[in-house]
Design a protein around this ligand. Structure first.
Ligand SMILES: Cc1ncc(COP(=O)(O)O)c(C=O)c1O
Length: 508
């Protein structure tokens, strides 16, 4: 563990010096925030129709406050143009590039989804191969469909006790690269939602030797660069482009994200062109200002506020592990864990994470980040207080007591634990784009052998797509889906979630 941390530090030190950055007076600027201040007081005869709040519905003013409405402007003079930044936005993007170690940073107002779409479309063309994990976020499938790229899937490390995928399987990556020597890019999700991560530096080195571009969905890791106890950031580890959810783990407003590019393997002009095609011409300056402010906050105070959040999360993890029936893993299960993610495993209580989440919300007014079959996930930020942590601990203790009194019934039945092994990854006969754009028809699941799926099918657990559009239905897949339609807690993707029928590509 100590060696891993030292390695992480070496990667970040090589790429930058956080202390130097914090003393860079330029980083004290927040150009978009400043532009909003400068615009106050201007008489407006321009969009939006609420005219800086003066014409807004009182119900909205009461909820957002007058300042938010006054600052809700878009590309007026002095505010710059997100499509062709040359002023305030350009400066803010340059500040962010310096802070995050990029050669170029783009601000996304379309969430990390928008950043991922631009990253993939800016890198791959129709018919080119992209190697991706099987359990990608739906934003990556969207990017693959839009680009026309053909995915080759990687296996991921499934932890049967915890019931989730811990990260990338290095062996599967090497095998996939050998099998697809012409692959243009690999897109990895690192860290996972649960904060587990792998060391990307050797992966980047290996892929670059093979002439393959490394793209990273780092939706959950924009804070990594700013504290030595966090995993090494993808960009410093050699990734060519990285999408980060500034609204997820930093203080930016919901939807605000970054796309960073580094090195010369990706053409930034092509990326910029794709961003333009995908981005509204009326971006919210509230979102853009929040990206500017989130970067400033990390550079100036990141080390201190992250230290606080990590310590609070460590305290929570330690106290959870003292409650009988509950557990919360640390670095023992992951090469490198983001400690601000606290996964609370409830399976020993005989209940699902879904039930625990509901209990905490309904009985204690606590909302966790998410739950799955065996766990609830809590994210601790510098915005949380010790009182928040104590409230959660009281809620968790009361959950275990309520289960003990049979007040909360056990919903983790043995049969539902008997989830079969995943079927082999099916052959892809059509690119996902061709499959979703083809005419489709509906057929009964048992009659679908040899047909090409027109939809994605994911069963929970294990939360990994069993079928992607373009893949051929086999006996193994049909048998698995037949079992899962009885056992799964949820099925997402298909039109018919009972899986009686499935949409397949119409025979030509
Ligand atoms: C790993 C991962 N990538 C991408 C996204 C998409 O992010 P956004 O909701 O900002 O579009 C998410 C969202 O949860 C995610 O978990």
């Amino acid at each position: 563990m100590r060696r891993t941390r030292a390695k992480r530090q070496a990667i970040v030190d090589k790429a930058m010096n956080v202390t130097t950055l914090a003393h860079d007076r330029w980083q004290e600027r927040a150009p978009i925030c400043e532009a909003l201040d400068a615009y106050a007081g201007v008489t407006r005869f321009h969009m939006p129709g609420h005219r800086g709040g003066a014409g807004a519905e009182p119900a909205l003013i009461a909820r957002l406050g007058p300042l938010a409405l006054e600052r809700d402007v878009t590309g007026v003079p002095g505010m710059d143009d997100l499509h062709e930044p040359h002023g305030r936005i350009r400066e803010a993007e340059e500040l962010a590039a310096k802070a995050f170690g990029a050669d170029r940073t783009f601000f996304s107002v379309g969430g990390t989804t928008g950043a991922i779409h631009a990253m993939v479309l800016g890198t791959l063309s129709d018919g080119e191969t992209i190697i991706i994990p099987r359990n990608i976020h739906k934003s990556i499938l969207g990017a693959v469909i839009l680009s026309g790229a053909v995915p080759a899937f990687l296996k991921t490390n499934y932890d049967p006790y915890l019931g989730f995928f811990k990260g990338i399987d290095a062996q599967s990556l090497r095998e996939s690269v050998e099998r697809h020597p012409g692959a243009k890019a690999v897109l990895l999700v690192n860290p996972t939602y649960y904060g587990t991560s792998v060391d990307l530096a050797p992966v980047a080195e290996y892929l670059h030797q093979k002439g393959i571009i490394l793209l990273v969905d780092e939706a959950h890791g924009p804070h990594f660069r700013f504290h030595p106890r966090l995993p090494a950031p993808a960009l410093d580890s050699g990734a060519d482009a990285v999408a980060q959810g500034a609204h997820k783990m930093l203080g930016a407003l919901t939807q605000a994200s970054y796309l960073h590019v580094k090195g010369n393997r990706i053409d930034p002009d092509r990326l910029k062109a794709m961003f333009q095609h995908l981005t509204t011409t009326s971006p919210s300056y509230l979102l853009l200002a929040s990206l500017d402010a989130a970067r400033r906050q990390m550079v100036l105070y990141g080390a201190d506020i992250l230290e606080y959040a990590i310590n609070l999360a460590d305290y929570l993890r330690c106290e959870v592990n003292k409650i009988p029936g509950l557990s919360s893993f640390g670095n023992d299960i992951s090469g490198f864990l983001d400690p601000t993610k606290v996964t609370i495993t409830v399976r020993e209580l005989g209940i699902t994470g879904y039930r625990a989440e509901k209990f905490l919300r309904e009985r204690h007014g606590i909302q966790v980040e998410m739950s799955d079959l065996y766990n609830v996930l809590v994210i601790v930020s510098w915005g949380n207080t010790t009182a928040d942590a104590e409230k959660l601990l009281r809620g968790l203790k009361s959950l275990t007591e309520a289960v003990g009194r049979n007040e909360v019934s056990k919903d983790l039945s043995t049969s539902r634990n008997a989830i079969p092994d995943l079927p082999p990854i099916p052959e892809m006969a059509l690119s996902p784009r061709k499959a979703v754009q083809s005419s489709w028809e509906t057929t009964r699941l048992e009659d679908s052998r040899g047909r090409i799926s027109a939809e994605v099918v994911t069963c929970y657990p294990p939360g990994i797509p069993i079928l992607y559009p373009g893949e051929v239905l086999t006996d193994d897949t049909i048998a698995y889906l037949d079992i899962m339609r009885r056992l799964a807690f949820g099925i997402s993707g298909p039109k018919d979630t009972s899986l009686e029928t499935i949409r397949v590509v119409k025979d030509l």
